[in-house]
Design a protein around this ligand. Structure first.
Ligand SMILES: [Zn+2]
Ligand SMILES: [Zn+2]
Length: 172
């Protein structure tokens, strides 16, 4: 719906069932509604920035415990992320915040916190690339994200930044 005050609006709702072990390892498969399967690695990409209703099922798929819906990246944190990265943080990418999603640098399923120091704003294309290639992102000492290229691209893995997004103009 367009009701949410965030730029990207409410995300699509999808029910994914996945063994906890597959979610944390990124190996194996996850069930997508009643339509089929997707890889656990793909489920992790979507789970980076999602609204989560945790449910624990028994071996016969009967819900044992159903949690409350929780948006993993709350609105105020999302706004802070928009202000800091101002678009996809990947080097050379022009995409604006409304085309972006939050990437957990250390995935929340692995115990990574949902705070500014563990998040980077990424467009869908670069978010996928980051999950599937040798690129790595980290937050540098100045609090801004920087990207380490894979070894095959740069043997020394010199960090790179995106310098394309203009700073937010300050009011005169
Ligand atoms: Zn991610
Ligand atoms: Zn991008």
């Amino acid at each position: 719906t367009p009701d949410l005050p965030t730029q990207a609006g409410e995300r699509a709702h999808v029910m994914v069932t996945i063994p906890l072990q597959n979610l944390t390892s990124g190996l194996g498969t996850a069930l997508l509604g009643d339509t089929g399967t997707l890889s656990a690695a793909e489920a992790r990409i979507h789970a980076c920035d999602c609204k989560l209703i945790p449910a624990v099922l028994d071996s016969a798929s009967a819900p044992l415990d159903l949690g409350r819906a929780r948006r993993l990246i709350p609105t105020n944190l999302r706004n802070a992320l928009y202000l800091r990265d101002r678009g996809c943080a990947f080097p050379g990418c022009h995409r604006p915040p409304r085309h972006c999603q939050g990437h957990h640098i250390r995935h929340w399923a692995d115990g990574g916190p949902t705070d500014l120091h563990n998040l980077a704003l990424m467009c869908a294309h670069h978010h996928r690339l980051l999950h599937r290639s040798g690129w790595e992102v980290r937050i540098a000492a100045d609090g801004l994200p920087e990207f380490l290229p894979p070894v095959w691209l740069d043997k020394r893995r010199q960090p790179r930044r995106n310098n394309l997004h203009q700073p937010i103009p300050t009011a005169a």
